[in-house]
Design a protein. Structure first.
Length: 195
C-alpha cells in the first residue's frame, strides 16, 4: 500500500497531508487559498492520487508560506509513500493542451531533486493569487519528493489556463511514473540498484 501521512508545523504554517498513490483521484483540500485549492484538486484528480490536505497558514501576510510549505509536505508524503520505488516506471511526461495554453512536463523519480522552469505568465496575479507561486510550489515538491522536473509553457495568453495546464501536465506525468511496470515489478528501475 503506497500511502503516507505527514504533519508539518512551523511558526508560519500547520499542515497535514494524507495521500494514497494508488487511489482514484479523490481530493479534500483546504488551504485557505482558493485558487491553490483548485490547482491541488487538479493535481490529485489527474494523477489519480487520493489526497487530503489541510493547511492553516499566515495568510494575513500573503500566500507564499502556505503554498511553499504545502509543496514541501506533499513532496515528503510522496517520497514516504514511494518507499524504495521498487517496480515503478520511474519516468513520466505529458504534453497538455488547455484552450490557449500548451504545457510540457517531464520528470524522473530519481531521488535527485532538480527543476528546470520555463513558464512566463502574462500576468502577475490570477485573482489575488501570485503567479510566481506556481513555480514555488513545484520547486518545493520536486526538492522534497526527490524529483527531477522539467516544465515548459510552450504557449499561453491566459494565466489561469497556463497554471492549470501546468498542474495537470505534472499530474499526468506523475501518474505515468508511479505506475507499476508489469515487466519489472520486483526491481528498482536503476542500474545502481537504488533510487
Amino acid at each position: 500500500m503506497r500511502k503516507a501521512q505527514i504533519t508539518r508545523e512551523t511558526a508560519e504554517t500547520r499542515i497535514s497531508v494524507d495521500l494514497d498513490i494508488d487511489g482514484q483521484g479523490n481530493y479534500d483540500i483546504e488551504t485557505g487559498v482558493g485558487f491553490f485549492d483548485h490547482m491541488l484538486d487538479q493535481l490529485a484528480r489527474h494523477s489519480l492520487i487520493d489526497m487530503a490536505v489541510r493547511c492553516a497558514g499566515d495568510l494575513h501576510i500573503d500566500a507564499h508560506h502556505t503554498v511553499e510549505d504545502v509543496g514541501i509536505a506533499i513532496g515528503q508524503a510522496l517520497a514516504l509513500a514511494l518507499g524504495d520505488k521498487r517496480g515503478i516506471r520511474r519516468y513520466g511526461a505529458c504534453l497538455l493542451p488547455m484552450d490557449d495554453a500548451l504545457v510540457r512536463a517531464a520528470l524522473d523519480l530519481s531521488g535527485r531533486p532538480y527543476i528546470v522552469w520555463k513558464a512566463d505568465f502574462p500576468t502577475g496575479k490570477i485573482g489575488t493569487f501570485d503567479t510566481e507561486l506556481v513555480r514555488e510550489f513545484f520547486q518545493a515538491l520536486s526538492t522534497h519528493a526527490g524529483i527531477t522536473l522539467h516544465v515548459e509553457a510552450l504557449h499561453g495568453i491566459n494565466s489561469h489556463h497556463m497554471a492549470e495546464a501546468t498542474f495537470k501536465a505534472v499530474a499526468r506525468a506523475l501518474r505515468d511514473a508511479f505506475e507499476t511496470d508489469p515487466r519489472k515489478s520486483d526491481t528498482v528501475p536503476s542500474t545502481k540498484g537504488a533510487l
